[in-house]
Design a protein around this ligand. Structure first.
Ligand SMILES: Nc1nc2c(ncn2[C@@H]2O[C@H](COP(=O)(O)OP(=O)(O)OP(=O)(O)O)[C@@H](O)[C@H]2O)c(=O)[nH]1
Length: 391
């Protein structure tokens, strides 16, 4: 099969134009997401660069060789900025270096009029930019909450293609219109770049989409004020725990704890709502520092919090007592506050978490009624608890 350079060139302009339009819509739809913004910019610049580069076959020299390649290297800079933004790194000035270097080199006739030198330099700059993108993704892999290996594969293919081009492109000019790069090797350059831009544009779209979905999922499971889990997350975690433990031969002893800050309304009334918020955040810090590792803790709403602890009632009482005392001593911004705690212990699979939490609520009610700043334990035999809740 022979590939016609001019047809491929038209295809490339079409693909770049179409992808640019898709990316503009995606960028606007994603509330002007910076990653998509830089990717769109890179695509539009590539479109311009491809067009300028093709003017070589119309007998022009400056526009394709100087301007076209500067614009192409700016497109690489745009891509670098997109990936840096995605990896939450500062943009720096490296995105500009390739374009500047090319502009300076074009001032030297030994470079400007020497196609092999130009091809070599362009390949090296593409390899450097692509290598930088691969390195960036690799270094951020631990913190990147998305699937990044398709982008890695694509970038490696692009890098290896340019390594191959160094050896295979003889840089002998061809008169074919639209011959990007000027030589007969253009057909492969155009073909690879079509596949690269399609793959990369959709990979970046998928990565941004995955990250956004994850952020929304996390937001739906966290309390925005205190950053601890919310009710939905706690119940989901409890359900997963129950599923896991139901496969174990031994019953799993665990405790549901309810915390309610005392006279919180008067803290709000006396110190203001903002200071009330400060107290809620402080309480979460106190609890998180004292809960055992395998516990789950969440804000249920207002000044009410809940936890799921592994272990029996004695262990739970010790933890609750430490939390009660630490809360009393905490005093954020000199505001004294206390907490009432109710808890209930049972074993899985005999007692489900929501039912156990209802029993802890009964205990909490007694803690409030008996003067607050105290801990109450639901007393009832674990096996009888489900009956108690049902009645
Ligand atoms: N600052 C602040 N206050 C909140 C928030 N959510 C709920 N509240 C307030 O929490 C207070 C809860 O008051 P109550 O339910 O009467 O309970 P309490 O004053 O703590 O009394 P007891 O629980 O009986 O000790 C109300 O004044 C709510 O406005 C919040 O996110 N921030």
């Amino acid at each position: 099969m022979t590939l016609d350079i001019y047809t491929l060139f038209i295809c490339e302009l079409y693909v770049l134009g179409f992808l640019s339009i898709i990316l503009v819509f995606a960028w606007v739809g994603a509330q002007y997401d910076r990653v998509l913004g830089f990717t769109t910019l890179a695509l539009v610049l590539t479109l311009g660069a491809v067009f300028l580069s093709s003017l070589r076959s119309a007998g022009l020299h400056f526009l394709p060789i100087a301007a076209g390649n500067v614009v192409m290297l700016l497109a690489y800079g745009g891509l670098l900025s997109a990936f840096r933004t995605f990896c939450q790194q500062p943009l720096g000035v490296s995105w500009l270096c390739g374009a500047l270097l090319w502009a300076v080199l074009c001032l030297f006739p030994q470079f400007y009029y020497d196609p092999p030198k130009r091809v070599l330099m362009m390949c090296l700059l593409c390899i450097i930019y692509t290598g930088a993108l691969i390195r960036l993704l690799w270094q951020s892999r631990a913190t990147l909450p998305v699937t990044f290996w398709p982008a890695q594969i694509l970038l490696w293919i692009h890098l290896l293609f340019h390594v191959a081009r160094i050896f295979l492109d003889d840089a002998v000019a061809t008169p074919v219109r639209g011959a990007i790069g000027g030589s007969g090797f253009s057909v492969y350059v155009i073909l690879e770049s079509i596949l690269f831009v399609i793959g990369l544009a959709f990979t970046i779209l998928a990565m941004v989409n995955e990250r956004t979905q994850l952020a929304h999922k996390l937001a739906s499971l966290h309390d925005p004020l205190t950053s601890v889990w919310n009710r939905r997350a706690l119940f989901e975690q409890a359900e997963r725990l129950i599923m896991r433990q139901s496969r174990q031969p031994k019953p799993y002893i665990y405790t549901a704890v309810l915390f309610d800050l005392d006279h919180f309304k008067s803290i709000n009334d006396h110190y203001g709502h903002l200071q009330g918020d400060r107290v809620l955040i402080d309480f979460c810090q106190v609890v998180k520092a004292l809960l055992p590792g395998e516990s789950h803790f969440a804000r249920l709403g207002g000044e009410e919090f809940a936890a799921l602890l592994p272990g029996d009632s004695e262990q739970a009482r010790r933890v609750c007592e430490r939390i009660r005392l630490a809360t009393q001593l905490s005093q954020p911004n000199d505001i004294c506050y206390t907490v009432s705690i109710g808890f209930a212990t049972a074993s899985l699979p005999h007692q489900a978490f929501p039912a156990l939490l209802a029993l802890a609520d009964e205990a909490l009610y007694r803690a409030k009624a008996s003067g607050r700043n105290r801990i109450e334990h639901y007393v009832g035999h674990p096996e009888l608890m489900s009956t108690a809740v049902a009645s």
